[in-house]
Ligand binder design. Structure first.
Ligand code: ARG
Length: 455
């Protein structure tokens, strides 16, 4: 393809480092779509004949079907997907194949192909996030009243509702989704026709190819168009944050499904056994999702480092971009699908959750709030009195609601029976009606809002 000024072919080891066909063959459908759009535009502009464009299109569709059926023979000597496709096109249609590269270069071609490929990953990720949000909202709906412990420092803090906990992840994933949607809108400009770096003297119509390939517009600066990889970096940074969220949730599932917690049962479909311990049921799916953030954030670090310090415009360094995005996209989309399946048939264990919610003096804040409301105590004083009551309960080895009124009155004489209405976990969550609070009533309102938003 470029041998005209060369006296010898590449060293075999040079071919090993130079060829990208081993991975960029994944972009064959995008490469062929780009070439069909480009040659149709060349014909419309009178740069090539209509019959050449028709031959090229027919030939490219044959190449695509060969690739799809697995009969296509990829060659490392032809470096990359662009030259593999063009070379096969030459074998099929002959001379017109040599005209398809008029007014473009592999630099705008690879940017176009990779953008089209990555754009599909944006779409698949947005879909995957929507599906996961849907099953979380269903869990929240079913468990709007279910009480569980809320934690800070992984120490029981205050009772919350299961539904509220599920909806916390819906909020996180909604931010992820909006980041992907936002970045997708920004990336949707066509590099095609920027040619090698400076544009072309041929009277091409970049609006036409942009429109044909589903881009909103052609990229306005040819130098930027061939050297921009922000669309990949943004995908990886959105993916890293999303994978971080999935990893946090996965960690909770690993903890919750343990025999010590028994908060949830993960279905057999998303668990594995041990080859030596017959009793074991391990949360491998959750553990793997927890770990995927490593390679996904690793991809972001890799591509940031590859791009750092590259002068305008294209440098071969940029060939190293694809595997990072391929790997991150594959693993993020897989993680979303697995998480969706696992959450859809995960069973929260209501009695265990409620019992755990009552441990650790979790309604101590409710007691302090009661002192403020009923006795008009400043909160700081109420905090102190409650601390003394917690110490008393701890000394007696019981929970706060198990203290007698007489015991309580030794700490503060004005405490009345009414306090016992506020020490139960159900009362505690029901009272937290402040906007964004955990009360079942709030959860039901948020579930309704999300159902509408996701419909
Ligand atoms: N395989 C190359 C890549 O992935 C395609 C572009 C090559 N362009 C060039 N001027 N060598 O980046």
């Amino acid at each position: 393809m470029w041998g005209g000024r060369f006296a010898s072919g590449p060293n075999a080891i040079m071919e090993a480092i130079n060829a990208s066909i081993g991975f960029d063959k994944r972009m064959a459908p995008q490469d062929i779509a780009g070439s069909i759009a480009h040659s149709a535009m060349l014909a419309k502009q009178g740069i090539i004949t209509d019959s050449d464009a028709a031959e090229i299109k027919k030939g490219l569709l044959t190449v695509l079907s060969e690739i799809e059926s697995g009969t296509f023979e990829f060659s490392a000597a032809l470096e990359d997907i662009h030259m593999n496709v063009e070379s096969r096109l030459k074998e099929i249609v002959g001379e017109p194949a040599g005209r398809v590269h008029t007014g473009r270069s592999r630099n705008d071609q690879v940017a176009t192909d990779f953008k089209l490929w990555t754009r599909d990953q944006y779409d698949a990720t947005i879909q995957g996030l929507t599906a996961l949000m849907g099953v979380l909202v269903d869990q929240a709906d079913a468990g709007a009243d279910m009480v569980m412990p809320g934690f800070t420092h992984l120490q029981v803090a205050q009772p919350v509702t299961w539904g509220h906990h599920m909806l916390a992840y819906v909020e996180m994933l909604a931010r992820d989704r909006s980041r992907f949607i936002d970045a997708r809108a920004r990336m949707n400009e066509s590099p095609l026709g920027a040619a090698a770096l400076a544009g072309t003297g041929f009277p091409i119509d970049r609006d036409m190819t942009a429109h044909e390939l589903g881009f909103d517009r052609p990229a306005a600066n040819s130098l930027d168009a061939v050297s921009d990889r922000d669309f990949a970096l943004e995908f990886l940074s959105c993916a890293s944050i999303c994978a971080t969220h999935l990893s946090r949730f996965a960690e909770e599932l690993v903890i919750w499904s343990s025999a010590q917690f028994k908060f949830v049962t993960i279905s057999d479909q998303f668990s594995t056994g041990s080859s030596i311990m017959p009793q074991k049921k391990n949360p491998d799916a959750a553990e793997l999702i927890r770990s995927k953030v490593g390679r996904i954030t690793g991809s972001l670090m890799a591509l940031l480092t590859i791009m750092k310090g590259l002068p305008l415009t294209y440098s071969k360094d940029m060939q190293e971009d694809k595997e990072q995005v391929f790997d991150a996209a594959d693993n993020l989309i897989l993680s979303l699908a697995v998480m969706t399946g696992m959450i859809a048939d995960m069973k929260p264990n209501a009695p265990e959750l409620e019992a755990a919610a009552a441990t650790g003096f979790s309604t101590a804040t409710d007691l302090a709030d009661w002192l403020v409301r009923a006795l008009n105590m400043p909160f700081r004083d109420a905090h102190h009195v409650t601390g003394a009551l917690v110490a008393m309960a701890e000394g007696k080895g019981c929970d706060l609601p198990d203290l007698s009124l007489a015991d309580m009155q030794t700490v503060h004489s004005e405490i009345t029976d009414d306090v016992f209405n506020f020490l139960g976990v159900k009362n505690s969550v029901a009272s937290r009606l402040s906007y964004g609070g955990t009360a079942p009533e709030n959860v039901r309102a948020q579930v309704a809002r999300w159902k509408e938003a996701l419909a």
